[in-house]
Design a protein around this ligand. Structure first.
Ligand code: FAD
Length: 452
């Protein structure tokens, strides 16, 4: 096995690791990026399935994601708006489908008022708690002790208002059941997007896509790094001391002054750290886990819903597919729908055969768009839970009580080892924007230490 010497070894060629590598090299440090998969991008993966270009992982860009927007500009990548003309659709607990416009679902007036009251209250809490150090807030422990669902139940007796507000964080963002994470974790999620209101505004949070696919970001970054990116090189062992590191991948060993572990925290324990990490790291990493969501892609000969005056934006906390959108590619005559099946509902349909699961999912889509939704020409489920080098989607969050207990130290380097991923970000947490911010910040921290 060959051994090479570098200033910094970066483990993981996702958006975060590649951003860090790019910045470090620009500052004159030598780098090697070791990537387990035979491709770069990690949770960004633009692929062709049965002739359709699909974004199997991350894809949307929102206006507050300024780090990602700047990277897109630097790389010369163009964006286009998600199709949003026409009515949205909501399905209530009785299965009644209603068309609507705007952000507040077509529910009884009293329920709409409760939803608006809760959104205002949450915006206030989000502002108080902030995005950079939610664990430092005076009431952090209190907010971290109560589950998202229990807190909502304390706020209102209106079950439909509760179910809808829960959806914006649980099924739609953390992709975990609303009883399994805290109010504090929910507030961080909303704060990372600027406000709770932003999560409710589909046209904000799911604003733009990248022409040709978002995976071009890591692909272009990796191209510029050239031979310093090593694919099919899972790092199995990381020896470290205050003086440096030695990262052993299957085909190459990199001896370096510093390491950046740019993988989601649920995968840290796949690396054999020698000597072992400190007790607190061992404990903390066991409280950070990925959610689970199936991203469903259904391509049709035409975007048939548009003729019916529908934008394809659809929500229901009561449907198997809790949200769905028009995901037609730029200048593509075919129409694509994307829908999401989260957490315990995903568990439920994964017990079925592939055929039964497809039927259940398409039936759910037909509740929003009618019978035509039952017959796509291309159908595909992104199943990140089965991906060895990810193991869930979209990203990692703490279990109940974990954020206030461990959050303050989640990014603290251990000797020469630094941590960088969207899962640890403040602004852009769980998103590509956060991956890029974290990569840039980690590079800066290493440069500062190197120059000290
Ligand atoms: P990753 O992309 O996970 O990169 C980590 C890399 O490390 C991977 O390439 C992995 O193979 C590699 N690796 C792991 N272990 C090892 C090892 N031992 N040795 C070497 N390499 C290793 N974000 C948005 O902004 N907008 C969206 O619309 C959006 N939608 C999403 C939809 C889905 C289905 C998913 C899965 C994610 C979505 N996200 C979205 C989230 C976004 O994709 C991620 O937050 C971001 O891409 C994470 O980047 P990262 O570099 O931190 O981690």
């Amino acid at each position: 096995m060959s051994a090479i010497e570098r200033d910094v070894v970066i483990i993981g060629a996702g958006a975060s690791g590649l951003t860090a590598a790019t910045k470090l090299r620009a500052a004159g440090l030598s780098v090697a990026v070791l990537e387990a998969r035979d491709r770069v991008g990690g949770r960004l993966w633009t692929n062709h399935i049965d002739g359709a270009m699909l974004e199997l992982g991350g894809q949307w860009v929102s206006p507050d994601q300024t780090a990602l927007l700047a990277t897109l500009e630097e790389l010369g990548l163009d964006t286009y708006s998600r199709y949003r003309e026409g009515d949205s659709v909501y399905v209530n607990a009785e299965g009644v489908r209603t068309r609507f416009t705007g952000d507040i679902f077509p529910v009884a007036e009293s329920t709409a008022a409760e939803m608006e009251r809760l959104i205002t209250l949450l915006d206030e809490l989000v502002e108080q708690v902030g995005v950079t150090e939610p664990w430092a807030h005076a009431r952090a422990k209190e907010y971290d002790r109560i589950s998202w669902s229990a807190w909502l139940a304390e706020q209102t007796d209106d079950v439909e208002a509760r179910d809808n507000i829960a959806l914006f964080i649980a099924a739609a963002m953390l992709t975990k059941p609303s009883h399994s994470f805290s109010l504090l974790q929910a507030l961080l999620m909303a704060a990372s997007a600027g406000s709770f209101t932003h999560l409710v505004e589909a046209d904000f949070i799911l604003d733009k896509r990248v022409v040709g696919g978002l995976q071009q970001v890591p692909i272009k970054l990796a191209e510029a790094l050239g031979d310093d990116v090593h694919l099919s090189s899972p790092v199995r062992r990381l020896e470290w001391s205050e003086g440096g590191v030695s990262a052993e991948a299957d085909s190459v060993t990199v001896n370096a002054r510093y390491a950046i572990v740019a993988v989601p925290p649920n995968l840290y324990s796949r690396i054999d750290f020698q000597p072992p990490l400190p007790r607190l790291s061992h404990q903390m990493h066991q409280h950070m886990s990925l959610g689970l969501v199936i991203k469903v892609h259904a391509v049709y000969e035409t975007p048939f819903w548009r003729e019916d005056g529908l934008s394809a934006t659809a929500f229901s906390p009561y449907e198997l597919v809790h949200e769905a959108y028009d995901n037609t590619n730029h200048e593509d005559p075919r129409g694509t729908l994307v829908g999401f099946v989260s957490d315990e509902r995903a568990d439920e349909v994964f017990k079925l055969s592939a055929e039964e699961r497809r039927e259940r999912i398409l039936t759910s889509l037909s509740h929003y768009y009618g019978e035509q939704a039952l017959s796509p020409v291309v159908y595909y489920e992104s199943d990140w839970g089965s991906e060895e080098w990810t193991r869930g989607a979209y990203a990692a969050s703490f279990d109940l009580g974990g954020l206030s207990r461990y959050g303050a130290m989640q990014s603290t380097p251990v000797g020469p080892i630094f941590w960088s991923t969207s899962d640890l970000a403040a602004e852009g947490y769980q998103h590509v924007d956060g991956a890029i911010r974290k990569g840039a910040d980690t590079a800066e921290a290493i440069i500062a230490r190197h120059q000290a």
